[in-house]
Design a protein around this ligand. Structure first.
Ligand SMILES: [Zn+2]
Length: 123
């Protein structure tokens, strides 16, 4: 390990030290869940929400973790990154569909081959 790494490691454990994150309780008494906003207004901004949101018990608890909305070039960069991720996710979905199709085609072919082999064995 080089000197630099040692310094880096050391500085992570001493010094300021982030305050322990306290558990945020939602209005219905459950520990709030951390989530991330993906909206145009607040890309990547983290917030607390309730796991009962949009369930029959529908809890609307909401609290931002990150203070201040993103703005300026950072916001543009975040939106670009978000769109990039979405595009890649779509591509991955497409590829997964293709793989599933190839797999089922292959399985059909394999069955077909098995039929042929069985046919030969019966000869
Ligand atoms: Zn709740």
């Amino acid at each position: 390990m080089g000197e630099r790494e040692k310094d880096f490691r050391g500085s992570r454990h001493k010094g300021k030290g982030k305050a322990k994150e306290s558990i945020v309780l939602c209005d219905c008494g459950l520990p709030a869940k951390k989530a991330q906003s993906w909206t145009d207004e607040n890309p990547f901004r983290r917030f607390y929400g309730c796991e009962r949101y949009k369930t029959p018990l529908d809890c609307r608890f909401f609290q931002w973790i990150d203070e201040g909305s993103p703005y300026g070039w950072q916001k543009r960069a975040l939106l670009e990154a978000r769109n990039n991720i979405r595009q890649k996710e779509e591509t991955i979905m497409e590829l997964k569909k293709n793989i599933a199709k190839f797999q089922s085609d292959w399985a059909e072919n394999a069955e077909f081959e098995e039929d042929i082999i069985n046919g030969f064995l019966k000869l």
